[in-house]
Design a protein around this ligand. Structure first.
Ligand code: GDG
Length: 498
C-alpha cells in the first residue's frame, strides 16, 4: 500500500475462523480467494486483519480475540469483531445476503428490504469501523473489502479525515435501474464515498457506480477518468480485475502426489472425458441450468453416454438462508433424475459432492478435468476459471465460460456461453468435446498468458501505485494541520453513522 505504515485490512470473514470446542477456542485457517490474494502482503508488510471470526458472541459489546498469526510464524495480527447471533441473523443472513447479494446479481425477486435488517447492517458496520480505528495509526492504510461493509469508509472518514482508505467491491455493481430499488441506496453510496479509492473488477461496474452516484446524489462524475467529486475530494473508481497466484497453482499442478491423485480420480470415474464444475452452492452460479444442459446433451448425443461424466462439487454456503436450502433440494433432485435416466452398469453421468475440498485436492480435480464448466448466471469475476487455466500445466483442456462472469472479459479464448441458452450450452459441449488438441493448446496458451500477466501481484500493485500517486499529489501542509487536531482520538462506541 502507501509508501509507509502498515495495512489494516477489514473484511467480513478473515484469514481465521474461531470455533468453540469443549470450552477451548480453536483457531482454524480459512480458505477463500481473498485470503490467498492478500495474506502474503500482510505477512510481508505486517499489519492487522480486522474480521468477524465466524462464531457467535454472547455479549454484543464484549471484546474480540486479538492474536498474532500465523501461529507457526507470527507476522501480522488477527483482530476479531465479535457478532451476536442476532447480529449475524439480521446483518449477515439478512441485509447482506438477503438484500445486497441478490440485488447486485440481478435477482430482484429474491431481495428482502427489511428496515430492521438495514438497522443491524448500520450497527455492525459501525462496529467494524470502530475496530479498524482502534488499529489504524498515522500513515497506515485501511483496506476495506466488499458489500458487507459499505458504510465503513464514511465512518472512518468522519473520525479521521486524512486516513488513507481503499475499498474493493468483489461482486457486480448493478445498473442504476436496479440499484435504485434499494430504499437505502443513497446512504449506501454515501457510505462508500468516504474512501479515497473504490475499486471494482470491471469498468462496467465502475460506470454503474458512477451513474448511481450521479443520479442519486447529484455528484459530478467523469466516466473517462473514472472519478467522482464528493465533499471536496476527488475519488477514484478504477477497475482492477482480481488475479490469482499463478505460479503457486502451477507449482501445485507439477507436484507428483497431486498428479497421481488426478490419475486415480480419472481411473475411479472411468470415462473417456471428465467435465468439472466447482462453486459454492449459490443460485447465482447457474448449477441447475448447467444440469439441464448436461441432461439435454446426453439426450441429443447418445454416443457420449458411458463416455462423458460431470464432476459437480457444490460447496455448502449460507445454509441458514431458505433460498439456499431450496436450491440444494432442486440440485439434488436434478442430479438424481439425470443419474436415474442415464446410469448404466458402472457408469454414472454425474458425480456430485456437497462439500468443500482441500486446496491440493482442488488442483488434482483441475488436472483430472478435460473440460471446465464455469457457467454462472451472474458473477463479479470468478477465480475458479483462472485457477483451472493456471493448473493445466500440460497445455490442454477446454474452459466453457459464461458471458455473465466478469472473468469472460479477460479470458477471451474460452468458449463463451449464455447459461440461459440451453441449446447454446449443448452446442458448446459438442465443440469442446470435438476440439483437437492443437486448438486446445493454442487457446490455453493465450489464456495462461493473460492469467500469468494479470496475477495477484499485478492486482495488488494497482492499489500501491494509485495510493502512491495520491500521496504525491496531496498537500502535506494541510495533512499536518489536521494531524495536530486530534488524529488519534477513538470515538465512543455508541456512535451509529450513515
Ligand atoms: C466472490 C465473487 C469474485 C471454492 N471451493 C473450494 C475452494 N474454493 C475457492 C476457489 C476460489 C474461491 O474459493 C471462490 O472464488 P470465486 O471467484 O470463484 O467465487 P465467490 O466465492 O463467489 O467469490 C466472485 C470473488 O469474490 C473474488 O473477488 O471472483 O465473483 O462472487 O479461489 O478456489 N477452495 C478449496 N476447496 C473448495 O472446495 N480449497
Amino acid at each position: 500500500m502507501g509508501k509507509e505504515g502498515k495495512i489494516v485490512l477489514v473484511s467480513n470473514r478473515g484469514s481465521y475462523t474461531l470455533k468453540e470446542t469443549g470450552g477451548q477456542t480453536e483457531v482454524v485457517p480459512a480458505i477463500s480467494g481473498l485470503v490467498s490474494a492478500v495474506e502474503p502482503v500482510l505477512k510481508e508488510r505486517g499489519g492487522v486483519w480486522v474480521a468477524w471470526g465466524g462464531r457467535e458472541a454472547a455479549d454484543p459489546g464484549g471484546p474480540g480475540l486479538r492474536m498474532r498469526v500465523p501461529p507457526e510464524e507470527p507476522s501480522y495480527f488477527f483482530a476479531e469483531v465479535p457478532l451476536t447471533a442476532e447480529e449475524i441473523r439480521l446483518y449477515y443472513h439478512g441485509f447482506t445476503n438477503g438484500a445486497l447479494w441478490p440485488l447486485c446479481h440481478y435477482f430482484l425477486e429474491k431481495c428482502r428490504y427489511d428496515p430492521l435488517e438495514w438497522a443491524a447492517y448500520r450497527q455492525v458496520n459501525n462496529k467494524f469501523a470502530l475496530a479498524a480505528l482502534a488499529e489504524a495509526g498515522e500513515g497506515d492504510t485501511v483496506w476495506v473489502n466488499d458489500y458487507h461493509l459499505a458504510l465503513v469508509p464514511s465512518i472512518l472518514r468522519r473520525h479521521r479525515p486524512y486516513l488513507k482508505q481503499v475499498f474493493f467491491w468483489h461482486i457486480p455493481f448493478p445498473h442504476y435501474d436496479l440499484f435504485a430499488t434499494l430504499p437505502w441506496a443513497r446512504a449506501l453510496l454515501r457510505g462508500l464515498l468516504g474512501s479515497d479509492i473504490i475499486a471494482f473488477h470491471l469498468v462496467d461496474y465502475s460506470h454503474n457506480f458512477l451513474q448511481a452516484v450521479n443520479k442519486l446524489l447529484d455528484a459530478p462524475v467523469d466516466y473517462n477518468s473514472l472519478t467522482v467529486r464528493w465533499n471536496g475530494r476527488k475519488i477514484m473508481v478504477p477497475a482492477w480485475p482480481m488475479g490469482i497466484d499463478f505460479e503457486a497453482f502451477q507449482k501445485l499442478a507439477r507436484e507428483p502426489g497431486i498428479r497421481q491423485r488426478a490419475e486415480d480420480l480419472r481411473r475411479q470415474i472411468g470415462v473417456e472425458k471428465i467435465a468439472l464444475a466447482i462453486e459454492r452452492l449459490d443460485y447465482t452460479k447457474g448449477i441447475l441450468e448447467r444440469l439441464v444442459a448436461f441432461e439435454r446433451f446426453l439426450e441429443e448425443a447418445p454416443e457420449w453416454r458411458g463416455r462423458l461424466a460431470l464432476l459437480q462439487i457444490a460447496v455448502p454456503s449460507r445454509t441458514a438462508i431458505p433460498a439456499y436450502r431450496q436450491l440444494r433440494s432442486q440440485v439434488e433432485e436434478a442430479v438424481g433424475r439425470i443419474n436415474g435416466r442415464f446410469s448404466e452398469g458402472s457408469y454414472r453421468p454425474i458425480h456430485y459432492f456437497w462439500r468443500g475440498i482441500p486446496r491440493r485436492e482442488l488442483v488434482s480435480y483441475y488436472l483430472a478435468a478435460d473440460l471446465m464448466l464455469v457457467t454462472p448466471l451472474r458473477d463479479g469475476l470468478n477465480l475458479v476459471a483462472k485457477e483451472y487455466v493456471a493448473s493445466r500445466v500440460d497445455g490442454t483442456g477446454v474452459l466453457i465460460l459464461s458471458r455473465f462472469a466478469g472473468a469472460a472479459r479477460e479470458l477471451r479464448e474460452a468458449l463463451i456461453v449464455n447459461p440461459y441458452d440451453i441449446e447454446g450450452m449443448v452446442a458448446a459441449l459438442r465443440t469442446a468435446l470435438a476440439m483437437p488438441l492443437s486448438q486446445q493448446k493454442q487457446r490455453l496458451f493465450r489464456l495462461q498468458e493473460q492469467v500469468r500477466r494479470c496475477d495477484v501481484r499485478w492486482w495488488i500493485a494497482g492499489f500501491q501505485r494509485a495510493l502512491l500517486e495520491r500521496e504525491i499529489k496531496e498537500d502535506e501542509s494541510v495533512r499536518r494541520t489536521i494531524r495536530l487536531s486530534g488524529y488519534n482520538r477513538i470515538p465512543s462506541t455508541s456512535a451509529v453513522d450513515a
